[in-house]
Design a binder for this molecule. Structure first.
Ligand SMILES: [Zn+2]
Ligand SMILES: [Zn+2]
Length: 274
């Protein structure tokens, strides 16, 4: 635990210094990275670990903040994301998987993941079958505001233009879109479902054998890249299981729990924890 905390702290410090240097050098790139970071944390903590798998419960204040951040930086409708992702777990890398490199080919998913996602998200039958609980729990705000993702994304873009000016704001939006959609999200579904140079498994032969952990993807997706750990036990709030598996999403959950903004965290003592 001490080693994990020390390694995480050093990595956090290094990445924070790097982000600050980038922001000073270029506010446009700095703000686009901030937007991407907000989208990444909202995706992993709220959409994935809380809404999809019930690995934690968010306080209404935190829930609203995450929904708002998701709307502004991704435009994703939570019930659609949850449905597509639950279907992915139900049919991982076999017929029925909405985005499998094994079925569609590696580059199809690594580059075109968003199109495979959108095709399944538009399927109302999938959404009803896999996210009925999320649909039923929708509030007035969910139906009237957060259901309109395009408005959220345009508002986010308007904020960037307000801070940076129209041209730089559009450039920042484009960088964010590229990073979130075509690099980070796609790498979780592409690289982490492919045998490649730095992919590894903590639980070989268990559950889905076609899934791998990728340390580099995990660092930039706040833990999502520890994908085999996650497929192994989907309901755990913590995706990083070994001391070097720095899971920034888990650290955010840990801090929010201390602030009483998160409860009912599904924990375990990882086999590899030291
Ligand atoms: Zn997967
Ligand atoms: Zn999952």
């Amino acid at each position: 635990m001490l080693l994990t905390a020390l390694f995480s702290a050093l990595l956090t410090l290094g990445l924070s210094l790097l982000a600050t240097a980038i922001a000073v050098f270029s506010p446009t790139v700095g703000l686009s990275l901030l937007a991407t970071a907000i989208a990444v944390f909202s995706t992993t903590v709220y959409l994935h670990r809380a809404a999809t798998h019930g690995a934690l419960v968010l306080h209404p204040l935190a829930l609203f903040a995450f929904k708002f951040a998701t709307w502004l930086t991704t435009g994703i409708r939570p019930w659609e994301w949850v449905a597509v992702h639950r279907k992915h777990h139900r049919f991982s890398d076999v017929d029925g998987d909405p985005h499998s490199p094994y079925l569609a080919g590696f580059w199809q998913i690594q580059v075109g993941n968003v199109f495979w996602y959108a095709r399944e998200a538009r399927n109302s039958e999938t959404v009803r079958a896999f996210a009925g609980d999320i649909l039923a729990a929708r509030t007035w705000l969910d139906r009237r505001v957060f259901a309109h993702g395009t408005i959220g994304v345009l508002l986010g873009l308007a904020l960037l233009c307000w801070f940076l000016g129209p041209l730089r704001g559009l450039i920042a939006g484009a960088i964010h879109l590229f990073l979130y959609v075509f690099v980070l999200s796609s790498s979780v579904n592409g690289l982490c479902h492919s045998r490649h140079l730095i992919g590894y498994q903590n639980y070989p032969g268990q559950h889905v054998v076609t899934v791998f952990n990728n340390w580099l993807v995990a660092i930039f997706t706040a833990g999502e890249g520890f994908h085999q750990n996650h497929h192994w036990k989907q309901s755990l709030a913590r995706f990083g299981h070994r001391w070097f598996e720095v899971d920034f999403g888990w650290w955010m959950i840990w801090i929010l729990e201390k602030m009483k903004l998160v409860t009912k965290v599904v924990r375990f003592r990882p086999v590899y924890a030291r």
